[in-house]
Design a protein around this ligand. Structure first.
Ligand SMILES: Cc1cc2c(cc1C)N(C[C@H](O)[C@H](O)[C@H](O)COP(=O)(O)O)c1[nH]c(=O)[nH]c(=O)c1N2
Length: 238
């Protein structure tokens, strides 16, 4: 037992949900303004407080301000994005090619969050059966940073249209370090009220009630009240 109230106030709870619902992947709205060091430090601390398998903390954070390094990453993006465009034809291809899918040079800073697959030695508690748990843990660090950034009015964009080998080479990563997330960070002109891919007609949010099942794959929920709640929530989330 502690001697202080551990409950969130209603305002604190709303603040957390607000960060969750108003977080966006940003590519087009970056401003060049620098992020103050103390703000960046808060974001990195939030990432470092993510849960991790066996408390492995497999992440490292590479803060990239060099325009030269970023240009080389952008070159990899352009090459990979050209290849990705060949997956589509006709109108869909045109739409793909009209999407802006990175803000590598528009944002003032890039951050690569890596996963050191050997951290903590060969036996990590909780990772004996499913070895990818270190990668999943690192994803949670990304999400912590992404949500904290929203609360700091900073936009984050994840760029994954990159050659992993090329990225490892550019950042001189050792063999056992996996470049998990390449992120662009910066203040923004606005946060869109829905995902940019939805706003541009690429793909829409799926109805939550179709994604929640009872007991076995694709079985309806036994609980009709929960089913109704899920439907109602869909009406007011963008
Ligand atoms: C693992 C991973 C990888 C990528 C992304 C996300 C994640 C989680 N997203 C962003 C993605 O398109 C976006 O999250 C969804 O469209 C939903 O939009 P909001 O994040 O809610 O704004 C993304 N966006 C982009 O413009 N270029 C990219 O290469 C990627 N890659």
């Amino acid at each position: 037992m502690t001697d202080h109230d551990q409950s969130f106030t209603e305002a604190q709870r709303e603040g957390l949900y607000r960060a969750i619902f108003e977080r966006r992947d940003v590519r087009s709205q970056f401003l060049p303004d620098a992020i103050p060091d103390e703000v960046l430090a808060r974001l990195l601390e939030a990432a470092h407080h993510a849960p991790s398998v066996g408390f492995m903390q497999p992440w490292d954070f590479i803060v990239i301000d060099s325009v030269d390094v970023r240009q080389r990453v952008l070159d990899s993006f352009n090459e990979e994005n050209g290849r990705a465009a060949t997956n589509y034809q006709g109108e869909r291809k045109e739409r793909y090619q009209s999407l802006k899918l990175q803000g590598i040079l528009d944002s003032p800073i890039n951050l690569c969050i890596t996963c050191d697959r050997s951290r903590g030695g060969p036996n990590v508690l909780g990772r004996n059966s499913i070895v990818e748990m270190d990668l999943f843990s690192t994803c949670l660090a990304v999400q912590n940073l992404w949500l904290a950034a929203r609360a700091e009015n900073i936009g984050v964009g994840w760029v994954s249209i990159l050659s992993q080998e090329r990225l490892s080479e550019i950042l001189q990563l050792p063999e056992h370090v996996y470049p998990l997330a390449y992120l662009c960070l910066g203040y923004v002109s606005e946060f869109l009220d829905q995902p940019e891919l939805q706003a541009k007609g690429w793909r829409s949010r799926l109805p939550l009630e179709e994604l929640v099942h009872g007991n076995r794959w694709a079985r309806p929920l036994e609980n009709p009240d929960l089913a109704q709640q899920l439907k109602d929530r869909g009406k007011h989330s963008g």
